[in-house]
Design a protein around this ligand. Structure first.
Ligand code: UD1
Ligand code: MG
Length: 452
């Protein structure tokens, strides 16, 4: 099939310079959600109608293999679909979606497309308690005969509770003919896509309908209030799917997944955690409260304690991270590594059973196994212009408050005395330290206030 996504609308009520369809829901633009859902239907062509916001919309999806057609000015939904006509293949039907309706499920769209086949017109409809604002589905003897917009509807028609969600599929050659006959002689002075229904009926084309599983699938975003509501609906869906799958969520209402979160068995997630990008939590992982984890893999049985921030990092099995730890991009931790409070690690490899438990900065370092990094240790990786690596071999002990001025290497089994500023390589198995000699002055007296 062809898929056309209408995304030219202006979104005035968003009160934003950003085009409405580029506002994020769960970390991905509204239009991005619609495009991803559309792709699950493997369309032969995917055309986005844009307009408001200049080239921001095509720019946001450059290189994604989509066709963009500009609608300028915006004269209604029918006029919007007309802009896609040069790109449509008449041999297959055309499905029309809205770029600001992000939560439609593939199954509902598939049901609609299946019921319309190649020669019928299909409308995704739903019955609402309060249908105000929507186009009403007018039926005669049970058959759909037309759609009437709220502003054009008679009192009797306004009482109809079955509404047009806006999602329509039509045989393409017919769609072309019907669109050519539209007029804007209506309350809004627009070319209504919905007028094609009456055209189809006049043409003897059967009009069918399908219904989505849930009303959330049809909700559009026109304001920040609605955006926030849909965000919550989406997050609730994600949380429920995780619970069904056996993940323990201490409170499903206090979880935000902005991307894909893959969990093994017996994973537990405490409150107020945010997961972004692609995150994998292997079997038995526990995540403490208030963690932000992005593009990361957390190995089996690892514990991430509260208030930790992990970005583009891999944590080995049975490791313990935090509380208040920060793992920055390029961090790769082996098995049973301990990274404690106020420790920052960046672009570093730390092998099995090593520990940095308190107040340290480990940047651009390769640390072997069974290494102990003391409190307050810092890798001085940056000279203001260049970055250099620090290499710490297996079983090294780095005393507290040591500065390792890179490039520098500490040999296997070495001990570095507390307070050392290491500027040259330290040999294996020896104690290396740089320290001013300690002295005490007998008879020294504290100064007293001489103004008295
Ligand atoms: C439309 C339907 C209505 C339906 C409702 C569902 C028509 C005439 N009416 O009404 O039956 O119940 O959606 O939400 O189709 N757009 C463009 N170019 C335009 C106009 C709109 O791209 O010139 C896009 C908008 O960005 C939006 C979608 O089309 O994504 C719907 O437009 P909107 O103005 O919200 O239509 P409604 O009046 O709500
Ligand atoms: Mg609307």
């Amino acid at each position: 099939m062809n898929i056309v996504i209408l995304a030219a609308g202006m979104g005035k009520r968003m009160q934003s310079a950003l085009p409405k369809v580029l506002h994020p829901l769960a970390g991905k633009s509204l239009l991005g959600h619609v495009i991803d859902t559309a792709r699950t239907l493997t369309p032969s062509g995917l055309c986005v109608i844009y307009g408001h916001g200049g080239e921001a919309v095509p720019t946001a999806f450059a290189g994604d293999g989509l066709t963009f057609a500009k609608q300028e000015p915006q004269l209604g939904t029918g006029h919007a679909v007309m802009q896609a006509l040069p790109y449509l293949d008449d041999a297959v039907p055309t499905l029309i979606l809205y770029g600001d309706v992000p939560l439609t499920r593939t199954a509902s769209l598939q049901r609609l497309v299946d019921s319309a086949g190649s020669d019928k017109l299909g409308i995704l409809t739903i019955t609402m308690d309060d249908p105000t604002g929507y186009g009403r589905i007018v039926r005669e003897d049970g058959k759909i005969v037309r759609i009437v917009e709220q502003k054009d509807a008679s009192a009797g028609e306004k009482a109809i509770r079955e509404i047009n969600t806006g999602i329509i599929v039509a045989p393409t050659a017919k769609l072309r003919q019907w669109l050519a006959t539209l007029s804007n002689n209506n309350a809004q002075g627009e070319y209504y896509l919905t007028d094609i229904i009456a055209r189809a009926v006049a043409d003897g084309v059967e009009v069918v309908s399908a219904q989505p599983d849930d009303v959330a699938e049809t909700l559009g975003v026109n304001s920040k209030v609605q955006l926030a509501e849909l965000e919550r609906l989406h997050q609730r869906r994600v949380a429920h799917a995780l619970l069904e799958q056996g993940v323990t969520l201490l409170d499903p209402a206090r979880l935000d997944v902005r991307g894909s979160l893959v969990c093994g068995r017996d994973v537990s997630i405490d409150v107020n955690c945010v997961f972004e990008g692609t995150v994998t939590l292997e079997d038995g992982v526990s995540i403490g409260a208030n963690c932000v984890i992005k593009n990361a893999r957390i190995g089996k049985q690892a514990q991430i304690k509260p208030f930790s921030h992990i970005d583009d990092a891999s944590v080995g099995a049975a490791s313990q991270i935090g509380p208040y730890a920060r793992l920055r991009p390029g961090t790769i931790l082996g098995e049973d590594v301990h990274i404690g409070n106020f420790v920052e690690v960046k672009n570093s490899n730390i092998a099995a059973h090593s520990k940095a438990n308190h107040l340290a900065y480990v940047g651009d370092a390769d640390i072997g196994s069974k290494v102990n990094v003391g409190a307050g240790v810092i890798t001085c990786n940056y000279d203001g212009a260049n970055k250099f690596r620090t290499v710490i071999e297996d079983e090294v002990f780095i005393g507290s408050d040591t500065q390792l001025v890179a490039p520098v290497r500490v040999g296997k089994g070495a001990t570095i005395g507390a307070g050392t500023t290491l500027t040259k390589d330290a040999p294996a198995d020896q104690l290396t330290l740089s320290r001013a000699k300690q002295m005490s002055l007998p008879g020294w007296q504290r100064p007293v206030n001489i103004k008295k």
